[in-house]
Design a protein around this ligand. Structure first.
Ligand SMILES: *Cc1c(COP(=O)(O)O)cnc(C)c1O
Length: 364
């Protein structure tokens, strides 16, 4: 059976965000790090109007992403206090997942190279690499979740071609340290450094201003988190034009639907409104951290993102899985990953229910 399929793919498990089956019913979704609030109704109405009046569904979308790239470049410059990023420094993907795949196709396909990730981190780098038959070198982190740089220095050598880091990291919520950033700066030009800033709007720390000095760096960002557009699938890469040109070669010609492009443009036009939700969310995060810290079995880590990571002082994965399952049964989804629990900051009511359910479980 299926003798025509690559044997390594037969072994591979398909990625499922909810391994126990798709959740149904009214649930507090605190396991996927999206914004807890939808677009404001007036923006949704505007987007519906744009769809009605300006999008011809019989026509292919703009395959050059011309306007969107200009708008993104403008936002990136503003966000990094630089002028250096022109539209040709941007490449747009169907979610940053597509860009991760483009990077892997462009660098390592055909048995040519492998990638390096320090675990725990975003699982998609390893998952997409494995679908392409690319091997993954896995490094370790220290107790504060910064990378074990001494080990990384010996691991990031040929055949490694790409290092993936998240700034701040998921699931552990820590931003890159000065020592980690220095190490990234020191990597030789034959290593590509991918800095995933999916949570930039929550951390307000970016390396974008340094891109001109580092032609071997790519920064990834997404509209799926702070910009509330996870349903529309749009992410972008920022890099030297010689690198974005390669990403443009690799992507599918019409990777971004017209509606998605309109949604991203609209979100950027109204970024003041959308991003005004960040400060209250950061306050919710501090409250969540305080409430979790009051539960003695939990070890709570600092967060520069829109989620909080906890581990158990005693007990391992079976207990963590039991906690996640108990909360799910009560109606709160959280993520059991990397030897801990990752809890997205939701609305105030969702956060309170999560804390109440967790407290009840731990005191049972
Ligand atoms: C959520 C997330 C993304 C976003 O992926 P999209 O495909 O743009 O939705 C990218 N990287 C990390 C680390 C994330 O957590």
């Amino acid at each position: 059976m299926l003798d025509f399929i690559r044997p390594d793919l037969i072994q591979l498990q398909a990625y499922t965000p909810h391994p126990g089956g798709e959740p149904t019913g009214p649930l507090d979704i605190l396991d996927t790090n999206e914004s807890p609030v939808d677009l404001p109704p007036e923006l949704k109405a505007k987007l519906a109007w744009l769809y009605q009046e300006t999008i011809a569904t019989n026509r292919y979308p703009d395959g050059s992403h011309h306007h969107l790239k200009a708008s993104i470049a403008n936002y990136v410059n503003e966000s990094a206090s630089t002028q250096a990023i022109a539209p040709d420094w941007i490449s747009v993907g169907n979610g940053s997942d597509e860009l991760i795949r483009s990077v892997l196709i462009a660098t390592c396909l055909g048995g040519e190279g492998s990638i390096y990730v320090a675990e725990p981190t975003f699982s998609m780098y390893g998952i997409i690499a494995e679908t392409l038959g690319i091997s993954v070198i896995r490094g370790q982190r220290l107790a504060d979740f910064s990378m074990d740089l001494a080990a990384a220095k010996t691991q990031v050598v040929a055949p490694v071609r790409v290092v993936f880091v998240v700034h701040p990291n998921s699931p552990t919520a820590n931003a890159l340290t000065a020592a980690e950033i220095d190490w990234l700066r020191s990597l030789p030009p034959e290593i590509l450094v991918v800095i995933d800033e999916a949570y930039f709007e929550f951390s307000q720390t970016t390396l974008a201003a340094e891109l001109p000095q580092h032609p071997n760096w790519i920064i990834l960002r997404t509209f799926s988190k702070a910009f509330r557009l996870a349903a529309l699938r749009v992410g972008y890469a920022i890099a030297h034009p010689s690198v974005t040109q390669i990403l443009e070669k690799v992507r599918l010609p019409y990777n971004l639907p017209a509606f998605t492009q309109a949604g991203a443009e609209l979100a950027l036009q109204h970024r003041g409104l959308l991003l005004s939700a960040i400060a209250p969310l950061q306050e919710q995060r501090q409250q969540m951290i305080a409430s979790l810290t009051a539960l003695p079995p939990l070890l709570v880590f600092p967060s520069a993102a829109n989620f909080v990571y906890v581990r158990l002082r005693e007990g391992g994965n079976p207990e963590l899985a039991a906690i996640a399952a108990a909360l799910k049964a009560e109606g709160t989804l959280i993520r059991h990953t990397g030897g801990g629990l990752r809890i997205t900051i939701g609305t105030a009511a969702e956060n309170e229910r999560a804390i109440a359910r967790l407290t009840a479980y731990l005191h049972r």
